[in-house]
Design a protein around this ligand. Structure first.
Ligand code: ADP
Ligand code: MG
Ligand code: MG
Length: 457
C-alpha cells in the first residue's frame, strides 16, 4: 500500500549514527528536552527528579514544502471555524445527542454545556490553543487531517526544542549528512502559546489575576480539578477565586479524559470554572467542537457553509478532509465489515490508544450491532490513511534503532478574541511525531511515537 521514500543523501555509517545519538541525548539533558522517567518511582511526584531525554528521531523527517505551506494556511481557518461552531449551541447539542445516550463522559460535558446555554452564559473573551494533525496519504499524495484538538494539546514546549536539536546536529554533522539546517522550519510554539495566554490575561484586565493551569494529579505546583473544587469559589460578580487568587485564565492540561474525573468533585470543579467569568482555554463549547463526532458532522455536505462564508477557505478545508461517516450509514458499516483494513473506528476519546483497526473493526461492528440501540453512536468511522514510509533512527532511553517509520504533522494554532475584536489568529509552530510504521496508534506520551521535526524538500 505504501511506498518507501528514497533518501537522496547518503546515510551516515553506524559509528557516526552512534556518536550523533550520544550527542543528541546529551543535548536533550542540557536543554530540558526531557520527560518523566516511568522507570523511576519518584518521577512525577518529586519535582526535578526522575527525568530522561525525550524519545526523539535522530534527524528530521522529510516533507515536501507545498504540504507544509498547505497545513500552515489551514491553521487560521480552523481557528475561526472552531470559534464559529462554538457559538452554535444547538448544533453541538443536536450533533452529539445520540452519542450522549451511550457515552457518559460526553454526556457530562453536554450537561455543563446545556446549563450554560440555559443561563445565556456568554464568553466575551475566547481563547483557543489548538492543534490540527495531518498525515500525508500515499494513495492520493494528499495531506489529510487526522483530527483537530481543542483541549490540552501536547508538546508545544518540547517540539520547539526538537527543532533546535535537529538544527544543531545538522550544523555539527552537516558535511556528513549533506543536509542544510535552514530547511528545518523554525518552531516557536511554546513562545507563541505563552504569548497568547499572557494576552488573554491582559484582555481580562484585572490586577494581579493569574493563569491557573489544570493538571493531572501526578504533577506539582499547579491545580488539580479536585483542588479547585476544594479551594475555589465564584464571587457574585463572576470572578473565579482559587486559594485567595483571582483567576484570569484557566488553562486545561487535563480534563479531556474520563480518568480525570474520578468523582463528582471534579465535575463540580469543571462546572464552577465554566460558570465563572475567567477565560477558559478551552471553554466547554470549544472542548465539544474538538470531538470526533463534530469533526465527522463538519465533513458532511453543506455543513461548513453554515459557519464560514469564504468559498476558497471552505474548499481548502474540505480538501484535507478524509472520509468520515457516522454509523447510522448502513452502507458504510457494511463496507467497513467487508474491508475493515480501509477504515478506522474511533470512539469519542482523546489521548491516543483508543482507536480500533483492521480485523478488530469488523469484530467491534458485529458486537455493537448485536448490542443494538444507540451503541453504534459512540463511534465514528474514518477512512484509513496510509502514510508514506521512510527509514529513520529513533532514540529512546539513550539507545537508537533504525526502523521503517511514518509521521504525523500537527500545526498549532492560537485564537484570541474579545467580543467582536479578533486579537490573535495565528499558526504557532508545529509538532512532528514519528512512529514505526507497524504501530497503529500515534501518541508520544502513550509510548507509540517519538518527537521529530521537519525537513522541507
Ligand atoms: P487521539 O485524540 O486519541 O489522539 P486520533 O484521531 O489522533 O485520536 O488517533 C490516534 C492515532 O491513530 C493518530 O495519531 C494516528 O497515528 C492514528 N490514526 C487516527 N486516524 C487515522 C486514520 N484515519 N488513518 C490512519 N491512522 C490514523
Ligand atoms: Mg485528540
Ligand atoms: Mg491525535
Amino acid at each position: 500500500m505504501s511506498t518507501t521514500e528514497v533518501k537522496p543523501s547518503p546515510s551516515p555509517d553506524a559509528a557516526a549514527v552512534e556518536e550523533m545519538a550520544r550527542v543528541a541525548a546529551t543535548w536533550c539533558a542540557m536543554h530540558g528536552l526531557v520527560v518523566g522517567d516511568r522507570a523511576n518511582p519518584r518521577s512525577g511526584t518529586v519535582p526535578g527528579v526522575g527525568l530522561v531525554h525525550a524519545p526523539i528521531s535522530l534527524l528530521p523527517s522529510r516533507l515536501p514544502e507545498s504540504f507544509w505551506e498547505q497545513a500552515c494556511e489551514l491553521a487560521p481557518i480552523f481557528n475561526e471555524l472552531v470559534d464559529r461552531v462554538s457559538l452554535d449551541g444547538d448544533f453541538l447539542q443536536d450533533s452529539l445527542s445520540k452519542t450522549r445516550q451511550v457515552d457518559d463522559f460526553t454526556s457530562r460535558l453536554l450537561d455543563i454545556h446545556r446549563k450554560m446555554m440555559d443561563a445565556n452564559k456568554e464568553e466575551s473573551i475566547r481563547l483557543g490553543l489548538h492543534r490540527s494533525d495531518y498525515m500525508l496519504d500515499s494513495e492520493t499524495n494528499s495531506l489529510l487531517q487526522i483530527e483537530l484538538n481543542t483541549i490540552s494539546v501536547s508538546f508545544p514546549g518540547l517540539c520547539s526544542l526538537v527543532t533546535e536539536l535537529h538544527r544543531n546536529l545538522i550544523n555539527q554533522y552537516g558535511n556528513l549528512l549533506s543536509l542544510d539546517a535552514k530547511r528545518v522550519p523554525g518552531n516557536e510554539a511554546s513562545r507563541q502559546f505563552a504569548g497568547a495566554l499572557a494576552r488573554a490575561c491582559d484582555e481580562f484586565n484585572v490586577d494581579s489575576a493569574v493563569v491557573m493551569m489544570i493538571v493531572q494529579s501526578e504533577e506539582r505546583n499547579m491545580k488539580t480539578l479536585s483542588e479547585v473544587e476544594a479551594e475555589g469559589q465564584v464571587l457574585p460578580d463572576g470572578t473565579l477565586v482559587v486559594d485567595g487568587r483571582k483567576v484570569a485564565v484557566v488553562y486545561f492540561r487535563a480534563g479531556y479524559t474520563p480518568n480525570d474525573y474520578p468523582s463528582e468533585r471534579e465535575w463540580s470543579a469543571r462546572l464552577l470554572m465554566e460558570e465563572s467569568s475567567a477565560v477558559k482555554c478551552p471553554s466547554i463549547s470549544y472542548h465539544l467542537v474538538g470531538t470526533k463526532k463534530i469533526q465527522q458532522e463538519l465533513a458532511k455536505p453543506n455543513v461548513l457553509e453554515r459557519f464560514l462564508e469564504n468559498k476558497e477557505e471552505i474548499a481548502n478545508l474540505r480538501q484535507c478532509f478524509a472520509g468520515l461517516w457516522s454509523l447510522d450509514d448502513e452502507d458504510v458499516v457494511k463496507s467497513a465489515m467487508d474491508n475493515p483494513d480501509l477504515f478506522v473506528l474511533k470512539p469519542q476519546r482523546e489521548g491516543g490508544g483508543n482507536n480500533i483497526y483492521g480485523l478488530d473493526v469488523r469484530e467491534a461492528l458485529i458486537r455493537l450491532k448485536k448490542e443494538g440501540g444507540d451503541a453504534l453512536s459512540a463511534y465514528i468511522l474514518m477512512q484509513r490513511i496510509f502514510p508514506k514510509e521512510s527509514l529513520a533512527n529513533l532514540v529512546r532511553g539513550g539507545v537508537f534503532h533504525e526502523a521503517l517509520t511514518v509521521s504525523e504533522l500537527g500545526i498549532y494554532g492560537a485564537y484570541l478574541r474579545n467580543k467582536d475584536k479578533v486579537i490573535i489568529n495565528d499558526k504557532c509552530g508545529y509538532l512532528m511525531r514519528t512512529k514505526v510504521s507497524s504501530s497503529d496508534e500515534g501518541g508520544v506520551a502513550a509510548g507509540f511515537a517519538v518527537l521529530d521535526s521537519l525537513y522541507l524538500t
